[in-house]
Design a protein around this ligand. Structure first.
Ligand code: G6P
Length: 613
């Protein structure tokens, strides 16, 4: 949540910042703002709404300067308006900051500053931090980085910040704790950003700032890093492997559609070097060192949020079914505030596309404090979760920009399948023939996903029939139950239609009361093991005049006769079904949202990377 980007060098800063903000808009789009140093002047422009509003607002204005910073906001403290938009300035306007995160003790800090005569313009916690840094600077008369360091020692909460000081126009100061900050190192120029996407077109050399570190970038002396307890650090420069084309729409109308269509490739990328049907084996590098510990663990606890949590639920089915290991799937936000029973014999597996979700990170910290081994399944390379876990694996899905997750979900499930197969083999809980069968079938999945995508126009046709619904119910059993949850989540996230996912048999314990002739019911009915039971569930819906869209296996004539609409997907092994059955549901949500005129890639109130709890 909230995207930040800053630049110092010899180029005009404004276009660099605007371009960077557009790339970061997935992190929030309630307001946008920039601050630019030009000689002794510090120019600040900010506007409620998307980056485009800021562009329109600044057209024709003087945005000259070669050092500056920008922010795109996901509101926490204070409604989204021009005043609460970042950047925020200190009481005397000499210090300006942008911030991603939450200052938890802002109320007490604010009160103390008010007692000293400070008057605040906004309702934000960020303005309190700006005032605090300003006050420290005034009292101590130290360089800005030292004032930032002293101020941050008084702060409780999460932050990634960039600070500019009117009296030190050739300097940018960045700091982080809990929220990400990446430094890009170019030729006589530097960037600071929430992730590498605004940096990649300028340089591939980056330094990931660690928690509680402060980066000082000085036009003359370059980059230096120290901790907030004042210990100098040596910057660790890494090369990022991210191509510009991956950040663009490539001819698709929306990023979400592009990402749905990328899945045959991204699933194959996630399997590359790991699934070897010719040798009949799966291998996961991240498991090597810790495999014995995982295999002998008392239980695996999966912590995650949103779509990643749903992928975790598929993981539970996989690990139990194939590796016969006890698994619990926890909402990270609940896990961290309960008193969960976790010991050093447990493994805690965190799943996160962004690798930055605050609750998931905090759940991991808790797990570590109890001695558990931690494993991360992330998409964003170099992200916080990838770095704090003992071991882990990337899903290699490439940047996911649409706020509603699609290719990350199938990437996560692919990885969980590989992991479950690997553990099952090691534990001796799977027959060799079934192990080989699943490996061979896994290798066929990208081509089968491609086949599902061919149903797009039929799905679009069905979307048109359902687009004006106010509610929808998604039903599935076994491996398809999490898929029902994911289908419902996709629909509500981007089309704002209320949708619920339910285990098909649970329908009669509540949701059945909602069914009438206006209620679309999406039933994922590809199961082999509980086919007859799913058919009975469809009959129950039809008896109450509900409209049924069934996702069925190729050639299923029986359900075709009873459902109102069917979409066929290729037959596959049951544990792999979610990789296929979720695809039509992603497309259905996409088309319905588009037909309703919703902003598919940036749905209201949501953000892709939730770095606040
Ligand atoms: C937000 C996003 C979801 C995502 C969830 C967890 O709510 O909008 O798409 O599933 O966060 O994010 P993570 O990066 O941890 O997977």
């Amino acid at each position: 949540m909230c995207g930040i980007v800053a630049y110092i060098g010899d180029k005009e800063v404004f276009p660099i910042i605007i371009n960077g903000l557009k790339r970061l808009e997935y992190r929030g789009y309630d307001s946008a703002g920039v601050a630019i140093h030009d000689n002794a002047e510090l120019k600040v422009f900010k506007r409620k709404g998307k980056v485009q509003e800021l562009i329109d607002f600044t057209t024709g204005k003087d945005t000259k300067g070669t050092v500056g910073m920008g922010h795109t906001r996901w509101a926490t403290h204070g409604e989204p308006d021009d005043i609460n938009a970042h950047p925020h300035s200190s009481f005397k306007d000499n210090i300006t900051i942008i911030h991603n995160g939450i200052i938890e003790n802002y109320a007490s800090l604010k009160l103390a500053l008010q007692k000293e005569g400070h008057v605040f313009k906004s309702q934000t916690d960020t303005e309190v931090l700006a005032h605090l840094i300003g006050a420290v600077k005034e009292q101590t008369n130290t360089p800005i980085e030292e004032a930032v360091r002293i101020a941050l020692n008084k702060v409780v909460g999460a932050y990634a910040i960039v600070v500019m000081d009117k009296s030190e126009p050739d300097k940018l100061v960045g700091a982080r704790k809990g929220s990400p900050l990446v430094i890009g190192i170019g030729d006589d120029e530097f960037f600071l950003a929430s992730d590498a996407t605004p940096i990649v077109e300028h340089t591939k050399n980056v330094v990931y700032l660690n928690d509680k570190e402060i980066a000082v970038i000085d036009r003359e002396t370059g980059l230096s890093i120290k901790t907030i307890s004042n210990v100098m650090q040596t910057p660790f420069i890494q090369r990022i492997n991210l191509q510009l084309e991956q950040l663009e729409k490539g001819g698709y109308e929306h990023f979400m559609l592009k990402e749905i269509y990328e899945q045959p490739t991204t699933i194959a990328d996630g399997m590359r070097g790991r699934v070897k049907p010719d040798k009949n084996v799966v291998r996961l590098g991240g498991l090597r060192e810790y495999e014995n510990r995982i295999v002998n663990a008392d239980k695996i606890t999966i912590v995650a949020c949103g779509t990643s949590w749903i992928a975790g639920l598929v993981g539970e089915y996989l690990f139990e079914d194939l590796a016969r290991m006890p698994v619990e799937v926890e909402y990270a936000s609940e896990f961290r505030y309960r008193n969960p029973v976790i010991t050093e014999k447990d493994v805690v597996l965190a799943i996160s596309q962004s690798g930055e979700t605050a609750d998931t990170l905090a759940a991991l910290e808790l797990a570590k404090s109890k001695g558990a081994m931690t494993y991360g399944i992330c998409n964003v390379v170099g992200s916080s979760i990838a770095r704090v876990t003992d071991s882990g694996s990337y899903i290699h899905a490439g940047p996911e920009i649409g706020v509603a997750s699609t290719k990350a979900f199938t990437g996560q499930v692919t990885l969980l399948v590989i992991m479950a197969l690997s553990l099952a083999q090691k534990r001796g809980t799977i027959s060799q023939s079934y192990y080989h069968q699943l490996i061979n079938e896994l290798a066929n999945i990208p081509a089968k996903v491609q086949k599902v995508l061919e149903s797009n126009s039929k799905i679009e046709y069905i979307a048109n029939i359902f687009k004006d619904s106010t509610n929808a119910l998604y039903l599935g059993r076994g491996y398809n139950f999490p898929v029902a949850l994911e289908g419902a989540l996709k629909l509500k996230e981007i089309s704002y239609i209320h949708a619920e996912g339910y285990p098909a048999a649970e329908m009669k314990h509540g949701p059945i009361a909602l069914i009438d002739e206006n209620m679309p019911i999406v039933v994922i009915a590809t199961n082999k093991s509980a086919y007859d039971k799913v058919v009975s569930n469809i009959q129950e819906v039809k008896a109450r005049k509900g409209k049924v869209l069934a996702i069925v296996s190729e050639g299923d004539e029986f359900i075709k006769d009873i459902a109102d609409f069917t979409i066929e997907i290729p037959d596959t092994e049951e544990p792999l079904t979610p990789l296929l059955s979720v695809i039509p549901l992603q497309l259905l949500a996409y088309h319905i949202a588009k037909m309703r005129g919703c902003n598919v890639d940036q749905p209201r109130n949501l953000a892709k990377s939730v770095t606040v709890e």
